[in-house]
Each structure stands twice: as C-alpha cells, then as structure tokens.
Design a protein around this ligand. Sequence first.
Ligand code: NAD
Length: 435
Amino acid sequence: MRVAVVGTGYVGLVVGACLAETGNDVICADVAQEKIDALRSGRIPIFEPGLEPLVQSNQDAGRLSFTTDVGAAVEASEVVFIAVGTPPGEDGSADLQHVLDVARTIGRHMNAPKVVITKSTVPVGTALMVRETIARETSETFYVCSNPEFLKEGAAVDDFMKPDRVVIGVDAPEAQRILAELYAPFVRTGNPILFMDIPSAELTKYAANAMLATRISFMNQIAELCEEVGADVTLVRQGVGRDERIGPAFLFPGPGYGGSCFPKDVKALIRTAREREVDLDILEAVEAANARQKRKLAQKLLALFDGSLAGRTIAVWGLAFKARTDDMRESPAIDLIETLHAEGAAVRAHDPEALDSARRIFGERIAYAERMYDALEGADALAIVTEWLEYRNPDFARMKSLMASPVVVDGRNLYSPERMRALGFTYHSIGRGAV
Ligand SMILES: NC(=O)c1ccc[n+]([C@@H]2O[C@H](COP(=O)([O-])OP(=O)(O)OC[C@H]3O[C@@H](n4cnc5c(N)ncnc54)[C@H](O)[C@@H]3O)[C@@H](O)[C@H]2O)c1
C-alpha cells in the first residue's frame, strides 16, 4: 500500500519504518526541516532501540522516504496517518492545531479517494473535526478513522511489530477492509484488531493511559505509607501484583511519572470530563499525587542536609523520564534539578542517552558527565532518577571513593538497603526504610 505518515516524531517514525518493513511504500513527512535532513542523510534524530537499522534498511530498499512537502506525500498515498504532536493547551485540553493543520493540507491535496487515520492521541470528537476540515477543502471521497497508538518509548519497535491489540475506530466498511489489510502482518500470532466506533477508539487511548498513571500514583502513595508504618513497598508490591485480578505490571513506585503522554493525557481527559460535567475526581487526585511525588527526591535530599543544599554538589544519574529513551519531556529529573538549582546546589548529571536533551533544557546551568562515575567526583550526594541498566550493578567501592560523602537517594529502588548499609552508604529510597 502507498502510505503517508505526517509527523515524524517518536510515533510517526516508528509507524513509518514498521509499515515499510512489511512491504508498504511509506513517505514520512514533517515540517521540521532539520529532522528530515538528518533522516535523509541516515541519522535518526531520537534514541529508540532497534529503530535505526529498520529505518536504514527500508530506506536502502526504497520503501521509506522523507520529505517536508506534506501535500506531495498526501497526493502520493492511499492511506494517510496523522501522527503530529498534541501538546496540552493552556487549559489542559489537547491542542489540536497541528492535527487540524494537517487535515487542511490533506483536504487541499485530496487527488483521489483516501483513508485518513488519526494516530495522534486526540480527544473524542477529533476524527469528526478532521473529517469536517478535510470536507471543506474537497469533494473527493475519503474516510476518517481513529487508530490510537499504544507503543512505549524504549520498546516502540517491538510494541508496534507485536501489539497486544490494535484499536481501530471506523464507520465505513471500505476503510475497515484497508486497515485490516494494513495491520494483518502485525497480528499473525492472534492478538486482536479491535474494530469499534470512533468515539470509543478515541477514548480507549486516554482510558488506558489514565489507568496506568493511576496505578503509578496509587503505588507511590502506598510507598509513602510504607515509609511511615515501617513496611517495605517491594514486598507489598509483590504481594499485591501476584493477585491475578491486579497483575504485576506498573506497580513500581518511583520519582513520579513523566514523559510526553501520561501527564498530558491525564490532563486532557480531566478536561474532557469537565466539559461534559462528568466527575473524574479520581484523576485529579492522580495528577496531584504525581505533582507531589515529583518533589520527593529533592525533599529527601533537603532533609538529609538539614534543610539547606547551598554550596552542595549533587550528582544525578538519569535524566530521561524512563530508561531506553532520550526523551526528557516532563521528566521528574527536570523538577529535581530545578529545585536543586533554586536551593543553591551545583548539579552534575549523567544519562547514557539524554545529555543532548538535557543541554537544550538546562544549558550551562548544570554540569554534564559523559560517564556515570564522572558525575560522582566530590559529590555530597547522588540522586537516581532513571532506571538505566548500567546503574543497577555499579562499583560501589569506586562510588564511595569518588564521593565527598556516601549519600544515595534512589528514586527507583535499584539497590538493597541492607547491602547499602553494609557498604557504609546513607541510603534513602522510595517506600522502604532508610539506612
Ligand atoms: N511518544 C509516545 O510514546 C506516544 C505513544 C502513543 C501515542 N503518542 C501520541 O502520538 C502523537 C505524537 O507524539 P510524538 O511523541 O511522536 O510527538 P513528537 O513531538 O515526537 O513528534 C511530532 C512531530 O510532528 C511534527 N509536526 C508538527 N506539526 C506538523 C505539521 N503541521 N505537519 C507535519 N509535521 C508536523 C513535529 O515537527 C514533530 O516532528 C501525540 O499525540 C502523542 O500523544 C505518543
């Protein structure tokens, strides 16, 4: 099939590369000239495991190309995915200006019948708006479907290639047939394509993210209670997660959820509910709990240094909002570092992939360490924000010898408190006794 993917970010690039991998002819279009230039010259503008070889091989095979000419990409294709960003607007609702811009462009370049698919995460009613926007520009036949994306950054290629399920909101059999064909290679092991009405598909994406965010905030609050009553959240998590009705995933407490999706999608869903005068107060609590959780690591550090961090040097391991990505959007590391900075501490940060993202946020305000141990030299404490594998089994003796004082505040519970005590560290983690 001839496919255009408009918006070549974390989602669009993965979708484009994976659809090319299954034999489609894919044009990825984006307005960001530098992104397209990079991709054309074989450079991937983001870190996403497994993506680079996929892009390279499909480009070499002539099935994947890149352009800034969105209109030309639309004209060349039977199927057009809209995968542009939907950032939060001032009132928390999803800002649809990029989606509707693309819809207008699609309408103006509708040279033959096409299926248009909203892949971006968009509130209920957006597919309808896309349809109306396109219809204002053309009398050509076209179909609009909603196909929200559930991939996880850090495992995006695998998730797209082997989805738990594919959700498609559709109201025309012609469009359903084309999408069934497009997705058939990805569901050969039997995981379902769930065809449904368009509003249900649009809402499914928000409900899924809101549920995941709720689990995280719930466990963060249980962790807080664990600290107060002398329980260990790791044991509680295991005990809870073995219940088949609950399951073990997404029960890890941490420094607060971040990323480009949970924070904005929770906000947008709250907004949708308010507009319809539906009480989604559970999500308002989830959001408030997360905002508090993002302050946790800084609070623990302040408590350890008698309320003042002025003149201290704090090492930070991990800047990305989670491991295996360079994405720092809404990362708890941002809140932590801003607070440390405001409290007069010097920050020396390490991340295996996100240093460039961090430089764009903090500039010269903090120091960057290319290697994890470099961040520790003379540090009064280490704060761990991201659960990168390389932080899991470090050389503790080396850490101790480099640091001015052996203090570790661990937002990811990477180490055993007993072991840290035996090694002579002061060690505070989330929902477990401090040593
Ligand atoms: N990142 C994720 O893990 C993830 C997962 C599922 C769904 N989503 C959703 O997918 C959408 C895209 O997310 P992302 O993380 O890929 O965003 P992103 O910011 O990485 O990429 C968006 C791209 O769209 C481009 N763009 C903006 N306006 C454009 C226009 N008018 N024409 C062409 N290109 C344009 C931008 O230049 C950018 O490259 C969002 O709605 C997001 O909520 C994201």
